[in-house]
Design a protein. Sequence first.
Length: 200
Amino acid sequence: MTSIFDAAGKNIACTVIEAGPCVVTQVKTEDSDGYTALQLGFGDAKVKNVTKPMMGHFEKAKTAPKQKLVEFRDFNVVAKSLGDVIRVEEIFSEGDSVNASGVTKGKGFQGVVRRHGFSGVGDRTHGQHNRLRAPGSIGASSFPSRVFKGMRMGGHMGTDNVKVKNLKVVKIFAERNILLIKGAIPGHNGSYVIIEKKQH
């Protein structure tokens, strides 16, 4: 993340997103697919890492292999054809509201204190030896003799698909296809995110 100052001198925390250039790798229409959509490719991939079927897919679009392919339904930009390049300034402008989708950082196996914000059992001054971060009781006695579904316990944390809505595009650097979006966006540095412009 970074920060910039607005016209009033207020410091705004922003996330820097490289959002292009994106290449049209497939055009879906009502006649051929039953709905309209554009498939966009981003980031150059090594040929050795691309399967032969996918190489044929990219050759049809007359473009180099791409690392990430994402389909956008009902794309409302001027009609595009295979191989066309879409740049940031064609879609976004400063002040737009956008939604950002990504995969959150993976944190591995975590206990209840970190995963759910539990306080632990008692404290060190009341005879607790190794129970400071324990979950405590998780179920009843002979009835119902089981643990209810959804019980908050330790487990795998992170790597969830998350969408953050109503973020604001603060600034655009068109020559470098970079967006500055106010606030935080899910995912680690360098991860892929999907930015969708909100339709008014």
